[in-house]
Design a protein around this ligand. Structure first.
Ligand SMILES: [Zn+2]
Length: 668
């Protein structure tokens, strides 16, 4: 075969696979068997493997091929993604309709009524029918570019279908990424087995999944999308919103079939009401309905307030309540160590599901509600997967109810529990606690802490699950063969990881202190502690009073640091780090002394000669305090290339804005 023939065959295979993806993932009407599909896919994959120069980013094989990201670049939406105002009753819907008609001087108005999905709003940008990128809503003006993760959702077309006819020059398609009820249930079961905190609702689950750094993990999460409009378009014209929906359907997008053009507000209300029960039959969660003015000319004339459009509004379903008995109260450990109480209930029917447990959030909430074991309580579910106890039916008490006793020891590791000052939560502060280990190791290895390259979620999961590490101290006692035994690990990547671990032994003391994951100790505090004490030894031996005297340290932080070094499990982890030969000392420097002494500095945009992290470190070394957000207390904003909203805010607040060059001069 000539290269031309191969190229042609590859293109034909891609077209065929995209057609079958559309039939399967969008229309739910596959026309071939899974085996036949796999055969096509394998054929394409083999051809591409043999001719890697012919791989293009829009090939179906590239959906899950993306490399783990380090972060998500910020992108500006073509037009702002506004949030909708909410209504909660038929009366409020009527009031909205009156406002709309008044603003249109009494013209006739048609509404399109759609489902309100409980997920994450995103914007998909296409140019000349090809997918360019996808971003989260963010603050409405700018969002995070999560294209690599969105690409794993196979119902998002990589190209417009020819059947749609005309292809716009550019279009920003709006939609909602969601997780099906089933996928969320499965994910939460896995999390429960792993002793991790559960996702409270489908929205959190979808948002959390889209922010994962590894597209491969995202692909396994079972995300899907419904699109419901276009924020911006060029080179195409529409008269009504319903026309846009039909067009998007033709172009290959997944548009939910449950929408209706309503000519009267009574029709709107009836349609909304009809879903109050029907919604439990869907395999995805909706928390209400959305009304939009159908005529785009009217939409334009109605415009928007600073916050939300005047031509659309959300209607939220009322939350359902049920009365049941608290059989028991148990506690779990979240992955950051917070101990959370959960009420075990007599199973009761609520919002289309059987509910047998309810969240009690924290121990103060138990006291506030005055809930006892044996009490009859009202539970409510409002978009949350785990319902919550909202009140106790005290008139139903019979005198046999039992007071709940707050546990003294962690249910996962037996370590003594600590209640911090000014804190609601009770926590397990053992960094080797099995319930917290993955999170603790990831934090320890993260870029701003010990910066162990490639030690990401997938690897940490395996190391912990296989019992190769029980805490971050064990990282330094891993053998080459241990690492090589991990899935998808070749000799080369294993030796890369081993040398990355070795290299991290020399990180500066403040990074190590930050990596320990002491509660309330962020990068800035870790830096201050390292420079004040100069060694881990001195920090460890310091009294609470001494700690309180350190510049910038409050009593809460001082107590947290003091307690950390009094936990015997933590000391044994620390010993492992010492034994491995990590750098445990630095120099004693005067904190807050230097050319930027007492100044608060915010860095934004891309700098030429510093990474964000290095720039912040430079600020600290010069005696200043780096901050992430601009406020009236900001002394300088260092604005690099492509500075966005922070620059605008600094201008509005009159904060002094300096260039990278001026920043460098200040440091000297
Ligand atoms: Zn524990």
């Amino acid at each position: 075969m000539t290269t031309k023939d191969i190229k042609k065959e590859i293109e034909e295979l891609r077209k065929a696979i995209e057609r079958h993806d559309h039939l399967y993932y969008v229309l739910d009407k596959p026309s071939i068997t899974d085996q036949e599909y796999d055969k096509l896919y394998r054929k394409l994959k083999d051809l591409e493997d043999a001719h890697p120069e012919l791989i293009t980013p829009d090939s179906p094989t590239q959906r899950v091929g993306g490399k783990p990201a380090k972060n998500f670049p910020t992108v500006k939406h073509m037009t702002p993604m506004m949030s909708l105002d909410n209504t909660y009753s038929a009366d409020e819907i009527r009031q909205f309709d009156e406002r709309v008609r008044k603003n249109l001087s009494g013209e006739k108005v048609e509404y399109v009524v759609e489902l309100k999905f409980d997920g994450v709003s995103i914007a998909l940008l296409y140019k000349d029918g090809k997918w360019v990128r996808g971003a989260t809503r963010g603050d409405g003006v700018e969002g995070d570019d999560v294209s690599a993760n969105l690409r794993t959702i196979r119902s998002i077309p990589l190209a417009f279908r020819e059947e749609a006819g005309k292809t716009p020059e550019a279009i920003e398609v709006r939609g909602e990424v969601y997780m099906t009820k089933k996928a969320l249930e499965k994910l939460n079961e896995e999390k429960e087995r792993a002793g991790e905190e559960l996702f409270a609702n489908p929205r959190n689950a979808a948002a959390g999944s889209l922010k994962l750094l590894d597209p491969k993990t995202v692909a396994s999460r079972g995300l899907d999308i419904y699109v419901y409009g276009a924020g911006f378009y060029k080179g195409i014209n529409f008269k009504t919103h319903a026309e846009i929906l039909e067009y998007l359907k033709e172009a290959g997008f997944r548009v939910n079939p449950h929408y209706k053009i309503c000519r009267t507000i009574d029709e709107v209300i009836d349609y909304c009401d009809s879903f109050e029960d029907k919604r439990y039959k869907f395999d995805f969660e909706i928390d209400g309905m959305v009304l939009k003015v159908n005529d785009l000319g009217q939409e334009k004339r109605l415009g928007a307030t600073a916050k939300s459009p005047r031509w659309a509004i959300a209607y939220k379903f009322p939350a359902e309540k049920a009365l049941t008995e608290v059989k028991d109260i148990i506690v779990g450990v979240g992955r950051t160590g917070a101990i959370t109480p959960v009420a075990i209930l007599e199973p009761v029917h609520l919002s289309g599901t059987t509910v047998s447990r309810a969240s009690l959030h924290n121990f103060d909430e138990i006291a506030r509600l005055d809930v006892k074991i044996g009490d009859k309580v009202y539970v409510e579910k409002s978009g949350e997967i785990i319902p919550k106890v909202i009140s106790v039916a005290k008139e139903k008490r019979v005198g046999k109810e039992k007071e709940f006793a707050i546990p003294a020891k962690c249910p996962a590791c037996g370590s003594k529990l600590v209640r911090g000052r000014e804190e609601v939560a009770i926590r397990c502060e053992n960094v080797g606690c099995p319930a917290q280990i993955k999170e603790a190791v990831l934090h320890f290895a993260s870029r701003d802490a010990m910066d162990i390259e490639n030690m990401g979620e997938a690897i940490v999961d395996q190391l912990v699950d296989k019992g190769l590490i029980k805490d971050y101290g064990d990282i330094y006692h891993l053998k080459f063969d241990d690492v090589k035994s991990l899935e998808r690990f070749a000799a080369k990547s294993a030796s890369n990881l081993v040398s990355a671990i070795e290299e991290s032994k020399n990180r500066d003391l403040h990074r190590l202190i930050y990596g320990l994951g002491i509660r309330h100790v962020g990068e800035q505090t870790a830096w201050v502690l390292a420079n004040h004490f100069g060694s881990m030894e001195k920090l460890q031996r310091s009294s609470q009073e001494e700690l309180t005297e350190v510049p910038d340290m409050g009593p809460v932080m001082a107590e947290s640091v003091y307690n950390f070094f009094r936990n015997k499990e933590n000391l044994s982890v620390l010993k492992k780090l010492k034994d491995a030969g990590l750098k445990m000392a630095g120099e004693v420097k005067k904190v807050n002394a230097g050319p930027l002494s007492g100044k608060t500095v915010v860095i934004t945009g891309t700098l030429e000669s510093f990474s964000r992290h290095d720039a912040e470190e430079a600020v600290r070394n010069a005696g200043g305090t780096p901050a992430s957000g601009v406020s009236k207390n900001t002394d300088f904003l260092v604005a690099g290339e492509e500075a966005g909203s922070k620059l605008e805010k600094a201008k509005a607040l009159g904060v002094k804005i300096i260039s990278e060059e001026e920043f460098k001069k200040l440091l000297k």
